[in-house]
Design a protein around this ligand. Sequence first.
Ligand code: ADP
Ligand code: MG
Length: 397
Amino acid sequence: MHSLAELDVAGRVVLLRSDLNVPLHDGDRGSEVADDTRIRASVATIQNLRARGARVVVISHLGRPKSGPDPKYSLAPVAERLGEVLGISVPVAVDIPQAQAMAAALNNGDVMLLENIRFDPRETSKDVAARQQLAAELASIGEFFVSDGFGVEHREQASVSDIARLLPSAPGLLVQAEVDVLTKLLESPDRPYVVVLGGSKVSDKLAVIGKLLEHVDHLLIGGGMAFTFLAAQGHEVGGSLLESDQIDTVRGFLATAKERGVDLRLPVDVVISEKFAGGGETRVVLADAMPPGWMGLDIGPATIVDFASVIAQARTVVWNGPMGVFEIAEFSRGTALVGQAIAACPGMTVVGGGDSAAAVALFGIEGFSHVSTGGGASLEFLEGKALPGLVALENSL
Ligand code: ADP
Ligand code: MG
């Protein structure tokens, strides 16, 4: 794989795939960026390229537009914010022909943005030929490709993997940093190695558990996914999040953990409520004594202490998924306190997942070694799967 530093970009047009998929809201000036974390994170590679005299054409997606251009998903507000951060104007090309013309007129150090790449249905098409055709059109805009959208590296998409086979390509600084951290976790984690899993995307994350059981010393499970485990142990889980079709799989995990000597821990107590909202009555009950009809919405205080004691002894901690419905104050303690315990651990500490990162920001928790920008991509990496975007970089010109 080439490195970014190896590409001789001075005076050349460089196509840069970033992940500028930020939340928008309506502001005084129409649609505005609500959270610019991903924009600020993308600036390091852009500045590296500018400083070396490159002419930068940024490609990104925003949301999931259904069919063709849709002003709701325009990158125009993102270009404006990016321009503010960089202190230059960042024009937007509405399509590839316009991007070709604008790119030809760029000066060294200039930056422009191509409108939402998902306005072109070929970007995410299952039809390889269609994707390759779009990739070829994109490649015609510039001479190099830099892949910096870690959150999309696990996707087989025109602007992620197909284009990297057509131009001399390298990972950007963000992707390089992610790959370095995740490779260390996959290949040589310092032990004890603790993984803390939670959140609501149960079936997505169950896939990673099988693989993690081969690597970790302790697996701490909270959040919505814990209830499928508690149900697999035969406990009542009331109206809690439950994937009943996964119960057999989860029983298998419990058995595997036992065989391999992995310390798999579930909540010993939970915070329950009759409604999925704040302001109602809440109770703390033992995890094996949930009353029917009530929902488990956070881990309880004894579980927080238990999880924190394991985390304090760790030399590596990976955290993916909030411990409860942290968006509602009554159910946020588990996430805030487990997050603080992880941040305070002197070992290597890594947070992955969009909502986990949002929780970290919301509670102002600092001190992690690394906060990953891509939840799905980082989990697939830790499962040992090859990510199409990275494979393409290995095979680039
Ligand atoms: P991430 O984005 O960090 O990977 P997920 O998307 O899997 O995390 O899950 C985040 C969501 O999980 C949050 O919106 C949170 O409210 C929800 N959640 C956590 N615990 C529970 C629970 N016990 N019941 C329902 N939802 C939960
Ligand atoms: Mg999420």
